[in-house]
Design a protein around this ligand. Sequence first.
Ligand code: URA
Length: 435
Amino acid sequence: MRAVDVIMDKRAGKELSREAIEFLVGGYVSGAIPDYQIAAWAMAVFFRGMTAAETAALTTVMLRSGSVMDLAGIPGPFVDKHSTGGVGDKTSLIIAPLVAALGIRDPMMSGRALGHTGGTLDKLEAIPGYRTDLTAAEFRAILARDGFAMTGQTTDIVPADRLMYALRDVTATVESIPLITGSILSKKVAEGADALVFDVKYGSGAFMKRSEDAQALAESLVHTGAAMGKKIIALLTDMDEPLGNMVGNFLEVEESLDCLEGKGPADLMTVTLELAARMAVLGGKAADAAEGRARCEEALASGAPRQLFLKNVESQGGDVEKLLALRGTYRSEICGEVRAASDGYITRIDAGEVGRAGVDLGVGRNRTEDRVSPTAGVQFHKKSGAAVRRGDRIMTVWGRDRPGLDAALPLLERAVTYGEAPPEVHPLILRQIGG
Ligand code: URA
């Protein structure tokens, strides 16, 4: 087999055999096939797409490029949630202890902030001492004891994706549904979960701007996951406005604790409960989403998920006393505000703009090697639908440094749209795919 023939076949729109996909991906990981041939093939896939069988073969081949977390000996069920990324989305921090309280084990491997979207690992690392570099043995032990563990991907999990994603990033081939499916699903299946709930977001702060594209990705994840023997549900959720009232690494840990104490903002609680309810269904703890939601609400009211969260902080090296003492005060000294530019109603707060401001503030990063700040971020005092008078405080903003704050403030001002009437209310959960 020659790589150039496989590229030509894909360029002509032919369906590739599993052997051809294995030859390309395996050859790339071993170093036998160079970057430029994989880049050309990825561009051919971008334009020609892949059949369901090809996407399943790609995902399986990528998965097999590395090791799969061995959860043997730990009682299940193992169910995880994955979000395609957003702004202010801290649902993972709430959901893992919440479903653990229902008796579901969540083996959670997460990523870092990149571009305008936040990252679970950066949020967790804002807790003093918290480790996100667990060894496989530590991950297993904490998962068995606490019901969930939260860590970064080890280097032996899907090495094919590390290489291919970096190449796609610089060759304009990221936005391909089959390539995204292979990338996301191979990593999630490698964690060892039996079932997965995907939060596929659409809107200005999401990876997919249009709900139609999010729907296509959700369908691809559900069908490919099913072909790999996994139980999958996807929810399409709105990410046009930041989720909750806090955007920032420590700020989002604080807001997660608020949710675990029953004091979370309504939008964040809705998305959290809808996702957790589907995890309850897939984990066999509820017959349907309504029962799952009721079980999750009961668990939250019992206080058990909060206890499990704090137990996990301790298990992963975090300092619980410090975490609780820093609550409400761990903020950068470099601070500003956004005030209402006119009388009327806030009709929109553009999540994408807030996410880009977050990079200037030090919440997120543009390049993987950049460092983030635990104490930078934005607190919203008002969100869309609120009536305002000119000069009312809408946001408090903390920057890692003065130039970052100065760059972010105009973006945050621009993120807010005003009108004379309250905006139409959009559903936060558009629909469910699968299940
Ligand atoms: N996130 C991933 O992990 N992979 C992609 O291809 C796109 C987004």
